[in-house]
Design a protein around this ligand. Structure first.
Ligand code: NAP
Length: 301
């Protein structure tokens, strides 16, 4: 199996490379080889390499910056997807594309299902929704995976932001009226490889799937879990006060859905994939960070 991963340098892309099937050939072009701002370079790359599977993790992901930089965001997340999908279809490849809970407005009072109507609140969410539609319209053999709130050990994400702020602030004010499922990048990568293998073997079923971590929580509860556990394990040396605030008090430039919960029933029913346990993965990451702190402060131990 020959696989092309776009965006392999990002949070999920790196997790995919770290868990790649040993018997598959993986190509991971850098931005200067396949640039989503120059979509012809994407088509040329796929034509040259003829993969059987394409995984698209490339995206403009700066959600707040997109509000004042909509053109760049839409070019990468939406416009380029049409050529990407056409080129994948021309190669008869399966195309796995990542999307987001931010395609929804968050007003439903239950977790979102795949068939619920998107109504994005932000430029980023709108660009991802347009990208989804281009993928679905131009490549029949597609899997669009909507997912949410990634974290890993190293990237610039919520977990690392909380740990960094805890080192310098005695109080953290964290949004308590947005609820969703934190998703470990490593678990998402495992699921993408599983979907890839199964869908190629069975020729589908194609379409949109939701996958996230569980249990669902607010950003405030997530921050409290991260910091309490980090302090208990010794990854941070003091516990800051964590104060719940509203999204409007926080005042981000981009509006985010209050309800980001994704119903993951369909992926379980059709691909046998269970929602990820984020608490378990968070514990492993914090234990490793605590060990690193311990060996830096007690080098001989
Ligand atoms: N992060 C989340 O919490 C989250 C939640 C739901 C869905 N998603 C979706 O999941 C996917 C992966 O997210 P992520 O967090 O792994 O993203 P990320 O860490 O920001 O990585 C994005 C990747 O896209 C590449 N890229 C950016 N502009 C490009 C361009 N013009 N041409 C080619 N490549 C370009 C980046 O390359 P460089 O590193 O070289 O710039 C990087 O490898 C995205 O589709 C995102 O919308 C993310």
């Amino acid at each position: 199996m020959k696989v092309v991963i776009f965006g392999a340098n990002g949070q999920v892309g790196r997790a995919l490379l770290a868990s790649k099937p040993p018997d598959w050939q993986i190509l991971a072009p850098a931005k200067n080889e396949a640039d989503f701002l120059q979509p012809q370079s994407i088509a040329d790359y796929l034509l040259l390499n003829s993969p059987q599977l394409v995984i698209n993790c490339a995206a403009y992901t700066a959600v707040d910056k997109a509000e004042t930089d909509p053109e760049q965001c839409v070019r990468i997340n939406a416009s380029a997807c049409e050529q990407l999908a056409r080129a994948a279809a021309a190669a008869d490849a399966v195309l796995i594309h990542l999307s987001t809970d931010y395609v929804f407005d968050g007003l439903l009072d239950r977790p979102y299902r795949e068939e619920d109507s998107p109504a994005p609140l932000s430029v980023y969410g709108q660009s991802k929704w347009l990208g989804e539609q281009s993928i679905a319209a131009n490549c029949a053999k597609h899997l669009i995976v909507r997912t949410s709130w990634f974290f890993d050990a190293d990237s610039n994400n919520f977990v690392n932001t909380m740990l960094r702020l805890a080192a310098s602030k005695s109080e953290l004010r964290v949004v308590a009226d947005q609820v969703g499922g934190p998703t470990p990048a490593s678990e998402l990568a495992r699921v993408i490889w599983h979907l890839a293998r199964q869908s190629v073997e069975r020729n589908g079923p194609w379409g949109v799937y939701h996958f996230s971590g569980q249990p669902f929580i607010s950003w405030y509860e997530f921050a409290t879990s991260i910091l309490t556990e980090a302090y208990r394990l010794g990854a941070i040396d003091r516990m800051p006060k964590v104060t719940p605030i509203s999204a409007s008090e926080f005042g981000s430039p981009a509006q985010r859905p209050a309800n980001s919960r994704l119903d993951c029933y369909k992926i379980k029913a059709l691909y046998g994939v269970s929602a990820a346990d984020w608490q378990c993965e968070l514990g492993k990451i914090l234990e490793a960070k605590a060990r690193a702190v311990n060996s830096a402060t007690n080098p001989g131990s």
